[in-house]
Design a protein around this ligand. Sequence first.
Ligand code: PCA
Length: 222
Amino acid sequence: MTKSTSSMPCVLITGFAPFGGETVNPSWQAVQKLDESIIMKHRVCTLELSCEFNTSIKELHQAIESHNPKVVICIGQAGGRSEISIERIAINIDDARIKDNAGNQPIDIPIEKNGPDAYFTNLPIKRVLQALHNSNIPAAISNTAGTYVCNHVMYGLMHYINEHYTNMKGGFVHIPYLPSQAVHHHGAPSMSEETVINALKVIIAQALSNDVDVKIAAGTTH
Ligand code: PCA
């Protein structure tokens, strides 16, 4: 008899819809492959977020309410970055270089009028970094998630956790273009879907197994 997985605790992993003229978003391409898989006795629930300011946060909050996950990790495309990019911080500002998929382009607008200037992720990011490197996956800590929809969603996630839950873990990870996208962006780095999927499994396992981070230097001097 197979045990029902519906009573298992879950982790919520999100990807984004394509944006900015792309036909795919590598985040959702990879994330959807993990749907309903089991990692460390946790069911993986997945969701594709709209690449739209405001709507994306509402979709995320609704999914958190219905799944009550232990861990929430949102994944997004960062075309031009070469590594798995583990975000440390989300800032309270929208400053869109291009319109979102609903045609909105907020410029210098706070995400939460009375919210703090920034939130740090509560994922053990250095452990995640170490584990990715041990798996031979290029990765780095990033100290900016930008000012577009990804930073907006990360801020919305951490704000929600802060207001509603005390022990839910949340964070954001940017990933490079897929090779099929990079061929249209001369000189841009890329990462295979297989490597990204492996990276996501490593990240989820680390988030589930560690509350306390390690102190290893991974900063930059510029
Ligand atoms: N990347 C964009 C938004 C959606 C995505 O996948 C960003 O970095 O803001």
